[in-house]
Design a protein around this ligand. Structure first.
Ligand SMILES: [Zn+2]
Length: 234
């Protein structure tokens, strides 16, 4: 558990909810010419079309995994571990629960509903990443990419950066392949792309692969979040 501020935790848990969601936008630091590919592995399986393309063309990416996904995808996990030079693994939570505290559902998903449940979701996911990959996560992205304000304060207080995005490539892997490839292929320098790597049964993943190939043909360089936002040392 990456608890950097042990004392404020109880007071954070007691902080009343503040109205209004946060949907953080993230771009790479100003002047960065690279593009960041981030993938969510929520639950379900692994999209080997995407994974194999990343490996074949040596494209670095940041992958947000849940503990739930890790438990069901041992073979894919071994593949990620075998290519640790390409893949940064970050925290998508324990059970894919949105960090929303003030209402019961969002986008049809049952929310955490309380700060103590958000804490369990974040620390449970972090523990699974650390145990599986031998490296504590730096970034957190929840199930809905939306957060209650009190949840963002809790997550930041635990020492994590919240991973927004600037380009939604697949809208939860729901878009047709041609639309997804067009969206990815139009990425601009500094964009942080979000897509899904857990829906092999849907057309969207083929569009992600095609979009990556478009960007490679344009000479676009890809950068992981840990490289784009180095953690201060010392
Ligand atoms: Zn997800």
């Amino acid at each position: 558990m990456r608890l950097l501020f042990a004392v404020p935790l109880l007071s954070l848990l007691a902080t009343p909810a503040i109205a209004g969601d946060v949907e953080p936008r993230l771009t790479l630091p100003a002047g960065t010419h690279a593009v960041a590919l981030t993938f969510d592995a929520c639950s379900g399986g692994v999209d080997e079309r995407i994974l194999d393309e990343l490996i074949a063309d040596r494209v670095p990416a940041t992958i947000f995994v849940t503990h739930r996904w890790l438990k069901r995808n041992a073979v894919a996990t071994t593949k990620l571990l075998a290519h640790a030079d390409l893949f940064e693994i970050e925290n998508h939570g324990e059970n894919h629960v949105p960090a929303i505290t003030d209402r019961p559902t969002v986008f049809g998903l049952q929310t955490a509903g309380s700060l103590s449940a958000v804490l369990q979701e974040v620390t449970g996911g972090a523990g699974a990443v650390s145990a599986t990959f031998g490296r504590a996560p730096i970034w957190y992205r929840d199930a809905s990419a939306r957060y209650s304000r009190d949840a963002t304060q809790l997550i930041a207080g635990l020492g994590y950066r919240i991973a927004g995005y600037s380009l939604n490539a697949d809208v939860g892997a729901s878009l047709p392949a041609a639309t997804v490839s067009k969206r990815v292929g139009m990425a601009k320098p500094g964009d942080v792309i979000i897509a899904h790597i857990n829906h092999p049964e849907r057309p969207a993943g083929a569009g992600v692969v095609e979009g990556i190939k478009i960007l490679l043909a344009k000479g676009v360089r890809f950068e992981r979040l840990d490289a784009a936002f180095p953690t201060p040392t010392g």
